[in-house]
Structure formats: structure tokens, C-alpha cells
Design a protein around this ligand. Structure first.
Ligand SMILES: NC(=O)c1ccc[n+]([C@@H]2O[C@H](COP(=O)([O-])OP(=O)(O)OC[C@H]3O[C@@H](n4cnc5c(N)ncnc54)[C@H](O)[C@@H]3O)[C@@H](O)[C@H]2O)c1
Ligand SMILES: [Zn+2]
Length: 398
């Protein structure tokens, strides 16, 4: 008997560029990012989110013009490939093979690039196609929602949904580069502008009390989608996210803990129960509210801190309750609670849930008790009913 054992060390560079109007002629960010062999411009396939394309019809021609004017730096193999965005696109493998067939058709190899321009769902899907074609071609992400710019797009995961589970199929793959262009957010619906705020609240809750205070101070401006406040939030949130990936010692989540998924065990299940009527960010708002109240009920978090988190989530314009929290299965059990086991199984190992013992300080537990969880769900329901009544009363008094 013998064994050959070696350690394989690989270093990745993970870079997030912040810019404005990435496809205007004077902008050189992409030129710097797309490096090729000497004298030979690399091939580039661009995949563009359909809703973004409809909202900003000048973008696709602008992309083509940019490549024409930078022909020495990179070669666009075809007009931007328009693909439906939003969660639905992640539910069918057909779309992955659709992108892979473009990769094949235009001979995109490991020295060529697939650039995805769109929301988190489209980036997840294109990232999966790029990571698996030829075992991985270079992939540049240009996120175009608040959430993808401050969270999902700056991470190292891709995926699609399968067997009724979020992100069941996917890989860890560090993108070649990420380019955050704030101007691209202008055409987002208020709902999608807001959704990304919650990832900032999340990371502030578990890591950065000062950032939490900044969000509190900016809440009124953020609610009105003040560009300066939004940009500040996105930048710091992305930075905390990338810091975690680079320094936590577990960028590919080999252990059992996922601290950045605070509030997500319930969120992923709510998205699925609602058949994706509830957006990821909206589901996370409810999931965080639930785990914060649970933290208080278990004696981990004090009342005033709990109230601060709930109030901030509400002040930013989120609902803290969704009817899906009360959905039961054929045996009368609350469906959302199944999210705990699914969350555990996604990583394997021991159930590990992040809770709060102070604002800015997350910690891990390995057990979640049903009765305080159910009580927390009812507390959220009552609080949201009281808010609704207060809204109705204030409408009558206007
Ligand atoms: N990979 C990860 O680490 C990770 C982390 C968190 C979330 N996610 C995933 O991200 C997805 C959510 O992403 P999202 O919040 O960006 O939503 P989304 O991708 O569903 O986009 C929301 C909607 O906005 C449209 N859109 C995108 N950009 C636009 C623009 N600039 N103007 C107008 N419309 C635009 C999209 O077509 C879509 O209809 C979920 O699938 C979630 O699971 C992934
Ligand atoms: Zn999230």
C-alpha cells in the first residue's frame, strides 16, 4: 500500500472595477480587462439581459460600436446575444445549453471571453455555462441590478435551480473580472433598485456596526433611490463581500458555515414556495427579520437591537412578512421549516445557521428550535398587520 499526496495551491485574482458608462467610447476599463495574446485580439461573446435590453435599447448598438472602435483589443463574435433575465431563466437547463451552443458556434476557447450583462439570475446562468464549456472559459460579469452589483455578481458562485431547489446545479468559479457600472441601474424598477439594499443590511448586521449606522442614517435617501447614497451602499457592501471571500479561508464553502447567508435559509425556501413571485432580496428581508426575532426570543440579541434591525428593513421599504411563511404541507407542517434541512444539505455537514448577538456581530448555532421559530413567524405577522392598519388609518387622515 502506498499513497502519493501533494498539495495543490492555486491563487486567484478577484477584481471588481467600478466605473460609469462602460461602453462609451472613452471608457478603457474593458480594454484593460480583456487581455489577449500579442497581436491577436481575443474573441468575445456578449450575453445581454432581455429586460435591460428592452429598457435601454441603445445599449446593444453601443456595445457593438465599442467593439468596432476597439477592434485591436477585442473581437465581438456576433451582436449581443439577448437572453431572458429574471429567476425563470434559472429553471431550465435549455438556456445553459443555448449559451454553450453559441460558445461552440463562435469558437470561444479558454483564451476568449464570455461577458454577461444583466441581473443576478442571468449572471448565475451564464456563469454556469462559461464555467463548464471547455471546463471553463474566461468570464466577465457586468451586473446591472443593485443586488448583483453589491452581492451576487461580485461573488464566486454560479448556478441554476433544479429538482425544486435553488442553485442545485452550479460551480464555484472566480470570474476573470467584474465591472460595476452604476449608470446601468437607472432603468431598474423601484422593486429591483431596493432589493439589493437587504444584502447590505445583512452583511452590516453580521460584520460591520459602523456600516449599519451609515445605512440607518441614509435610509430616507435610499428609500428615494438617491444615487449617491445607493452608490456608497453598493461599494461598501461589495467590499465586505469580497473581503469575506478573500480572507475567510473558505472561499469555496468547503466547511459547513455560510455566514454570508444570514437570513437565507428561510429566504430560499420562501422564493421557492412562492414560485419566485417573491424576489430574492424581498425574501431575504423576511428571512433576516425572522432570524433577528428568533435571536431575541432565544436570548441572544437584546430588544432595542432587534427593533433597530426591523425598523431599518421597514424604513428601506421592505415587507417583513410574507403569507408564504404560513403555508403548510399535506401533513399540516409549516413548509418554510423544510428550508433548514435543505440549507444544511446544500453544504453538507452540520446544520450551521448564523444568528446575531449584537448589531455587527454574527455567530453560529447548530440547532434551530421549532416553537420559538413559529412564535417568531406569528410575531412578524402581527407586526406587519399593525403596520398595514397604521397605513390605512394614515390614508384616511390625509
Ligand atoms: N451567485 C451567487 O452567489 C448569488 C448570491 C445571491 C443571489 N444570487 C441570485 O441572484 C438572483 C437575483 O438577482 P437580482 O436580484 O439581480 O434579480 P434578477 O436577475 O432576477 O433581475 C430582476 C429583474 O430585473 C431585470 N433587469 C436586470 N437589470 C436591469 C436593468 N438595469 N434595467 C431594467 N431591468 C433590469 C431582469 O431581467 C429581471 O427581470 C437570484 O437568482 C439569486 O439566487 C446569486
Ligand atoms: Zn442573497
Amino acid at each position: 500500500m502506498s499513497v502519493i499526496e501533494r498539495t495543490i495551491s492555486i491563487n486567484f485574482r478577484h477584481r471588481i472595477h467600478f466605473t460609469r458608462n462602460v461602453f462609451t467610447l472613452g471608457n478603457t476599463v474593458l480594454k484593460d480587462v480583456l487581455s489577449g495574446e500579442k497581436g491577436q485580439p481575443p474573441k468575445v461573446l456578449v450575453v445581454l439581459d432581455e429586460s435591460l435590453h428592452l429598457a435601454q435599447p441603445s445599449l446593444a448598438p453601443q456595445i457593438e460600436t465599442w467593439f468596432k472602435n476597439n477592434a485591436a483589443a477585442a473581437k465581438l463574435v456576433c451582436p449581443p446575444f439577448i437572453l431572458e433575465g429574471g429567476e425563470r431563466v434559472k429553471n431550465s437547463y435549455f438556456h445553459v445549453s443555448e449559451i454553450q451552443s453559441q460558445i461552440d458556434r463562435y469558437h470561444i476557447d479558454r483564451h476568449s471571453y464570455v461577458i454577461a450583462v444583466g441581473g443576478g439570475a442571468l449572471l448565475d446562468l451564464v456563469g454556469l455555462a462559461a464555467a463548464t464549456a471547455h471546463r471553463g472559459v474566461r468570464h466577465v460579469r457586468i451586473p446591472t441590478t443593485t443586488l448583483s452589483q453589491d452581492d451576487s455578481g461580485v461573488g464566486v458562485k454560479n448556478g441554476m435551480n433544479a429538482f425544486g431547489k435553488k442553485n442545485f446545479i452550479g460551480t464555484f468559479a472566480v470570474p476573470w473580472a467584474v465591472v460595476n457600472d452604476f449608470e446601468l441601474l437607472a432603468s431598474l424598477s423601484p422593486r429591483d433598485k431596493r432589493a439589493g439594499y437587504i444584502e447590505a443590511v445583512k452583511v452590516a448586521c453580521i460584520r460591520d456596526a459602523v456600516f449599519f449606522e451609515v445605512i440607518e442614517r441614509d435610509a430616507a435617501k435610499l428609500r428615494e433611490f438617491d444615487p449617491e447614497a445607493m452608490e456608497k451602499l453598493i461599494h461598501r457592501c461589495a467590499e465586505l463581500h469580497v473581503n469575506h471571500i478573500a480572507t475567510s479561508g473558505d472561499p469555496f464553502e468547503m466547511g459547513s458555515a455560510r455566514p454570508l447567508d444570514f437570513g437565507h435559509w428561510a429566504a430560499h425556501k420562501l422564493e421557492q414556495i412562492s414560485e419566485y413571485r417573491i424576489r430574492h432580496g424581498e425574501a431575504v428581508a423576511v428571512g433576516i427579520a425572522l432570524d433577528v426575532i428568533y435571536s431575541r426570543r432565544m436570548g441572544f440579541l437584546d430588544g432595542p437591537s432587534t427593533e433597530r434591525v426591523l425598523k431599518l428593513i421597514e424604513d428601506l421599504g421592505f415587507e417583513i412578512f410574507a403569507n408564504e411563511l404560513l403555508h403548510v404541507d399535506s401533513e399540516g407542517a409549516l413548509m418554510v421549516l423544510k428550508g433548514l434541512e435543505e440549507f444544511r444539505e446544500h453544504l453538507g455537514g452540520r446544520l450551521t445557521i448564523t444568528l446575531l448577538n449584537a448589531i455587527g456581530r454574527g455567530f453560529e448555532v447548530h440547532e434551530m428550535h421549532t416553537s420559538p421559530l413559529v412564535a417568531a413567524i406569528h410575531e412578524l405577522e402581527e407586526r406587519s398587520q399593525r403596520r398595514m392598519q397604521a397605513r390605512v388609518v394614515s390614508m384616511f387622515h390625509r
